[in-house]
Structure formats: structure tokens, C-alpha cells
Design a protein around this ligand. Structure first.
Ligand code: URA
Length: 194
């Protein structure tokens, strides 16, 4: 796993690495290498690109709260990663933008490598990019039609639980927070079956 993480830090597969802040690198996942739950987000935001750690900004604060409320420890129970290991930006680096399909395609090798190594029991995908890519769904699939519907996928050997992205919850979906906690609690309950 350390070798994969080092390769991710040195990745130059697409031009996004050039937009990382001075001295900062693409960011691999973080967490215990025997985690039975892997959480996959979309791409780095500004704070994540500077701190070189996934989910350390506002979305990360909400993710931490959801984890805590579901009796999951960020440090001990989950490995947290992203589909895209850099920060896609617009307006001369001032704001975030969603990753393009080319960027997702060229970065996909890394999340597959991390998952192959970790062999998690459950993968919580946060938002449409991670959910649709890992479930191999059509781009036209709506998040609403798949959220909370757990699916075992034999090409990874894990159950994927698609959840709303914390950034979406912060912007539009506060009322979806309780529902999201139920989805995380379901993901946790799969571990109790071990
Ligand atoms: N949003 C993500 O999808 N990932 C992060 O690491 C931070 C915000």
C-alpha cells in the first residue's frame, strides 16, 4: 500500500498535478491499511490540496460528524480516499470545479489499486462521481435513484453503499442528513456480521 501511495504522490498522468499548491502533491487515501470500510469522495478541495489529506475542509467536518454519530472512528475504522487525487480548479485556481470525465478516467487506476490492496467489506461512495464510476453506471443515472441502495459488486468483492456527498448536504440537503446517517449506519452494520 505504501508503494501505491507513493506512486499517487508522484502521479503526472494528467495536467491536474500542475495546479497543486507549491510543494504539494497529489493526495492518496488515508487510514488503516486493514480498514473494512473505505470512503470514496470526488476530488480534493482547496484545504485538502494544502494539507495533503482528504476531507479536512467543511465537507470533512460534516463527514467527521456523520462518522462520530454512527459510532465510527475516522482514525481507526475507515480508509478515506478520492476518485481524483488532485484539485480541479477554475477561475485561475480560485474555485473548485467537478473533475472532467478524462480526469476521472486517467485517475481511476489509483482508486482501483487502493481498493484491490485494501479488499474492504464495504465501500461508501460519496456523491455521483464516485458512486457512478465504481458502480459502472451510465452518466445519465440520477443520484436520487441509487442513493442508499447497497450493491455487492463481484469485480471488487465489496458492497457499495452510495451516499450523498457532504458538500451537497451542506449546500442543499440538510434534510437528507438523517437519511445519510442511516446509510452510514447500514454500512457499519455490515461489519458486525464479520
Ligand atoms: N470533497 C471531496 O470529495 N473530497 C475531499 O477530499 C474533500 C472534499
Amino acid at each position: 500500500m505504501l508503494e501505491i501511495q507513493q506512486k499517487i504522490r508522484n502521479c503526472k498522468r494528467c495536467p491536474l498535478h500542475k495546479d497543486m499548491p507549491d510543494g504539494c502533491h497529489p493526495v492518496p487515501g488515508i487510514g488503516p491499511h486493514d480498514s473494512k470500510i473505505v470512503i470514496v469522495g470526488e476530488a480534493l478541495g482547496e484545504n485538502e490540496s494544502i494539507m495533503e489529506e482528504p476531507f479536512v475542509g467543511r465537507a470533512g467536518e460534516l463527514l467527521n460528524k456523520i462518522l462520530k454519530d454512527c459510532n465510527l472512528s475516522r482514525e481507526n475504522d475507515v480508509y478515506i480516499s478520492n476518485m481524483v487525487k488532485c484539485r480541479p480548479t477554475k477561475n485561475n485556481g480560485k474555485s473548485n470545479r467537478p473533475p472532467t470525465s478524462d480526469e476521472i478516467q486517467s485517475c481511476k487506476i489509483w482508486i482501483w489499486s487502493e481498493l484491490k490492496k485494501l479488499q474492504p467489506k464495504v465501500i461508501i461512495t460519496l456523491g455521483a462521481v464516485a458512486s457512478k464510476t465504481l458502480l459502472k453506471l451510465k452518466p445519465s443515472t440520477s443520484m436520487k435513484s441509487i442513493v442508499g441502495i447497497a450493491k455487492y459488486v463481484d469485480y471488487i468483492g465489496s458492497t457499495i453503499v452510495p451516499c450523498y456527498h457532504p458538500s451537497y448536504l451542506l449546500q442543499h440537503g440538510r434534510d437528507k442528513l438523517e437519511e445519510t446517517k442511516e446509510h452510514f449506519a447500514f454500512a457499519r452494520s455490515v461489519l458486525d456480521e464479520l
